[in-house]
Design a binder for this molecule. Sequence first.
Ligand SMILES: NC(=O)c1ccc[n+]([C@@H]2O[C@H](COP(=O)([O-])OP(=O)(O)OC[C@H]3O[C@@H](n4cnc5c(N)ncnc54)[C@H](O)[C@@H]3O)[C@@H](O)[C@H]2O)c1
Length: 286
Amino acid sequence: MATQQEVFGGGIAVVTGSGSGIGEGLAHHLAERLGMTVVVADIDGAAAERVAGALGAPGRGVPYQVDVRDADRVAELARWVRAELGPVRLLVLNAGLEQFGYVWDTPVAQWERLVDVNINGVFTGVRAFLPSMIADEGRSHLLVMASIGSVVSVPLQAGYVMSKHAVLGLTECLHQEIGLVGADVSVAAVLPGAVESNIFSSAGGVEEGDVDAAERQRRAMLAVHERAITPAEAAETIMQQAAQGEFYIVTQPEMVLKAMADRATQLAGRRPPAPFRSRFAANASR
Ligand SMILES: NC(=O)c1ccc[n+]([C@@H]2O[C@H](COP(=O)([O-])OP(=O)(O)OC[C@H]3O[C@@H](n4cnc5c(N)ncnc54)[C@H](O)[C@@H]3O)[C@@H](O)[C@H]2O)c1
């Protein structure tokens, strides 16, 4: 079985949304454990600087401020990385955000931002980086950050769940497209369970309608995060499974694989979505 070092060691990595949370954990792991040069790409330029500056040897960090919604800027990033650093061995399309509240209460701007970052932000990355990754010599790897939310339904987080179902579908099709053209690019979907991060504190809410319901859901998810694994633990698990060539990479196998099995059973049995029970905690939906 190939080790992480054998597969990724010393190459160039680009991680979107690595100014915080899972992306930050991955950036540390890739630089410090695998000796990679890590482009810390984030909309928050100060966070990108802070994280890139904190990455230790044997790798290093390179900060890059970019909004993944902006296809031209992401294309510029891809060109810059190839010209200045070299061919990308690992691209992690990780930037994403959350939104709480009933669908009918959700402000249009928040809905559009969610779709733009979580879905279109994966498309802009694929469009900018994949042609070179397909053309360049040697094997390269794409990890797309999906979620346990890609295989469940959760009320009051419908926009997020929708976006992560979309991201999983996109990644599965992309895997098939790479197979069709016979390129030496491995494509995988990452489905984390709960990982410590800023995603719930920075999530959008609603301004009108049932504001309390949206904020209750935020508090419930923040409580779930108190029992989350750390980004460092997530990064170790993700990269270990990536090195082994898994397509569905899961950070908490017991929980995420059960969610996947439940989803398959629900669809095969044509069962409508069951009344919501949190898989994370008995009282998390209150
Ligand atoms: N934390 C979890 O429990 C969890 C579980 C499943 C999936 N995920 C997924 O992991 C990914 C990372 O989330 P996280 O939990 O680490 O959240 P986080 O909020 O801690 O980090 C997200 C990062 O993305 C950046 N970002 C936001 N919009 C951006 C944009 N337009 N362009 C570039 N960067 C942008 C933010 O500035 C931030 O640094 C997301 O795709 C999320 O859906 C997280």
